[in-house]
Design a protein around this ligand. Structure first.
Ligand code: ADP
Ligand code: MG
Length: 320
């Protein structure tokens, strides 16, 4: 499940978000191959729960019947155990009003819980990813490419959570590291906050040329911002798509986005947009391929129609 540094970062940041963090700091070194550190100010993990957070994978491996549960409940409870199996993992955590503690796992072997020092929240540090499995290490791309993938996923997660502050540092060579990306927490309602976050992630020029989108069709809702045709890019790097708050790269949605702009944008240009589709979870399967972030709508035609007409309507309203 942990294929590369970016997928580890995604799991750890999602845990921080689940913990109600308002600020999340990510630090990587050597493209995340030697160090991935995620620090949050969320609820923390109580000392007696630290071993539990790491134990489930071991249980599922020994007791075959648990494999069924993994299947039934998707991939829940698998991130930390699988990270502990592929690198040197250290979790330091503190619940407000309690003392900080930490636990380390090396090559799947858990050390005892020890006292530590930390302000409330959690810090998860993963060092030397795949050090015990050189075959998997070999499949990683260059430090630069892996670092780019980390930056990409942090930006996508930051776009999905405008009220949360994000900092990404590159600590290659040691030290605190150089800030690669920084987004301060945005305030206001969802549209205001998203507009502010858009300016941080995609630039002021994009934010100034983006129109709000809000449409609904048969239980699916689309919200977000889309660029005016006068602002577009040659590469598809400025497309941020989310389904029920999760970043996705979905052919159906990307195709719908393109189709909506077909008449107003030349062929080699890609519309920039941050689009959120939300619906009752029964109307979409987001676990088709967790690593590739593909989704399957129960009614693909409705999803496509929503995006195409919703965007065209917004563009027409803006005179295009
Ligand atoms: P899952 O997120 O599916 O529950 P994980 O393996 O990712 O599984 O995490 C295991 C558990 O460890 C979580 O359910 C949560 O209780 C705890 N946990 C992990 N990361 C954090 C964090 N940053 N803050 C608070 N609790 C955390
Ligand atoms: Mg998790």
């Amino acid at each position: 499940m942990v294929e590369r540094p970016a997928s580890a970062v995604k799991e750890l940041v999602e845990n921080a978000l689940d913990a109600g963090a308002s600020r999340i700091e990510v630090t990587v070194a050597d493209g995340g191959k030697t160090l991935i550190r995620v620090r949050d100010d969320g609820c923390g993990i109580p000392a007696d729960a630290l071993p539990l957070a790491l134990a489930r994978h071991a249980t599922s491996k020994i007791d075959g019947s648990d494999l069924l549960n993994i299947h039934t409940f998707g991939f829940r409870g698998e991130a930390l155990p699988s990270l502990g199996a592929v690198g040197r993992l250290r979790i330091t955590s503190r619940v407000a009003g309690e003392a900080a503690t930490e636990i380390a796992v090396n090559g799947g072997r858990m050390e005892p819980v020890r006292p530590a020092a930390l302000s409330p929240g959690t810090q998860v540090e993963l060092r030397d990813l795949f050090y015990a499995t050189p075959a998997r290490l070999k499949f990683l791309r260059t430090d630069r490419a892996e670092a780019q993938a980390v930056t990409d996923i942090v930006k996508r997660l930051a776009m999905a959570e405008p009220h949360v502050g994000f900092t990404l540092r590159d600590a290659t060579g040691g030290g605190e590291g150089r800030v690669v990306f920084r987004a301060d927490p945005e305030s206001g309602d969802m549209f205001d906050a998203l507009h502010g976050r858009l300016a941080t992630v995609l630039g002021r020029e994009f934010a100034d040329n983006a129109i709000p989108v809000d449409a609904e069709r048969e239980g699916l809702r689309m919200t977000g911002y889309a660029a005016l045709p006068t602002y577009s890019r040659g590469a598809a790097v400025a497309q941020f798509l989310f389904v029920n708050g999760r970043p996705v790269r979905d052919k159906l949605l990307t195709g719908a986005l393109r189709a909506a702009y077909m008449d107003v944008l030349s062929r080699d240009r890609h519309p920039a947009a941050a689009i959120f589709v939300s619906c009752d979870p029964v109307l979409v399967d987001v676990n088709v391929h967790p690593a590739k972030s593909e989704v399957r709508f129960r009614d693909p035609g409705t999803a496509r129609g929503l995006v195409v007409t919703g965007l065209r309507h917004a563009l027409a309203g803006a005179g295009h």
